[in-house]
Write a protein that binds this ligand. Sequence first.
Ligand code: PMP
Length: 467
Amino acid sequence: MSIARSEYTYCAPTIPTKLRVVRDGDAVRTAAPGELPAVVGAGLRVPTLTGEVEYANLDHAASTPSLVSVKAAVDTALQTYSSVHRGNGYASRVTSAWYEQARVEVGRFVGAREDDLVVFTRNTTDSTNLLARSLPRGTEVFVFETEHHSTLLPWQQARGVQVTTLPVPSSIEHALEDLASALAASVASHRLVVVAGASNVTGELWPLADVVAVAQRHRARVLVDAAQLAPHRAIDLAASGIDYVAFSGHKLYAPFGAGVLAGRRDWLDSSAPYLRGGGATARVSTDGVAWATGAARHEGGSPNVIGAIAVAAACASISAHREAIEAHEASLAERLRSGLDVIPGVDTWSIFGDDHDRVAVLAFTIERFDSSLVSAILSAEHGIGVRDGKFCAHILVDELLEDPWGDTPATAVRVSLGLANTAEHVDRLVAAVAELAANGPARRYTRTDEGWVADGDERDLSLPLPW
Ligand code: PMP
């Protein structure tokens, strides 16, 4: 096999000094300090059975709308859009510089240690799978059954890895005790504790400092699934001792397609590349392949540059407006919880107890109502978007709900708040749930293959194609 000289050398992801982007603190602010960053699509009007209302998007935990600042960053980046690490043209060098600068921005967002890697992935699921494939042989993984499937399942297929699954705990104390005794019993050469920063079902926060303390006592590393934490609370790898963090851009006010795995370099540098191919190699010859080290090793193929820039732009804006975001969400979450708490027949669900600290995510049920019917009614009659079901956390939801009303499925409705929400959205949801629990829906609904449909639903759900 003959290989042209230019293919031998991997273009290391350094930032050309002359093209280094100078960060302008104000560029990431779409609002004054103390104000909230604006989202794309705010004020969207949607049809209901009887008219039209402003859309109340109470489903931020699934995907957030994009920030206006993210859209602006993407528009700017598209002007010079070109290949990364593969060209010497001006646009290619600018794009390469921005791609690497995006890595720096994300590293700053998660408080990365100097030697940590920031790898761009597709989403949280991709990040946990990447780490699963990077674990040294002989690693034992400790994971609670409370976890989202994307954090619970990847370890089971990893070669040379043993998984210890810990039951849904009844309290934080039990969780930490269970974890400590499982770790103490482990004879594995490497240990990894996997835990969500915030539950995607109940919004409850795991006490990460305590988890890290227990893990470190037993020489275990910690991966935090921050899919639901990163949009709401600051993360600091260096200060907290957390070893790895994974999250998704599309839950952090960037569009779909890019996620992050950040953390310790050694396991990632020693494992097989995630995708074998161009970009992941240091040298290729007829004698074999030397794989790159660093993030490039696991970013084979042309990377999602625009996705990475979008994630970085979101990180920059969220950091710049952190206090305002937290205050906004705390006040809406309190309004929501206190509103739902007093409605007869409505239950809200918790792993650790009602008073446990949480982000603005809440799961509720209405006695004897199928949750998918509730979400269909909220949409059809009130223009409200929520999610229903088991939220890819089947074991947790089955354990929490435990078949409460015989033939009604053990599913819940999830309300998750964020930057697209106003107090009016929350009040509308609370009033709608109160009305439903007391008097039932305004129309008759029939279950069809496409879910629950209201009698006389003439909403036109078709829009012209966006392209
Ligand atoms: N972990 C948690 C806690 C989540 O909420 C989600 C998404 N619902 C995931 C992991 C998976 O994220 P993604 O679908 O972006 O890979």
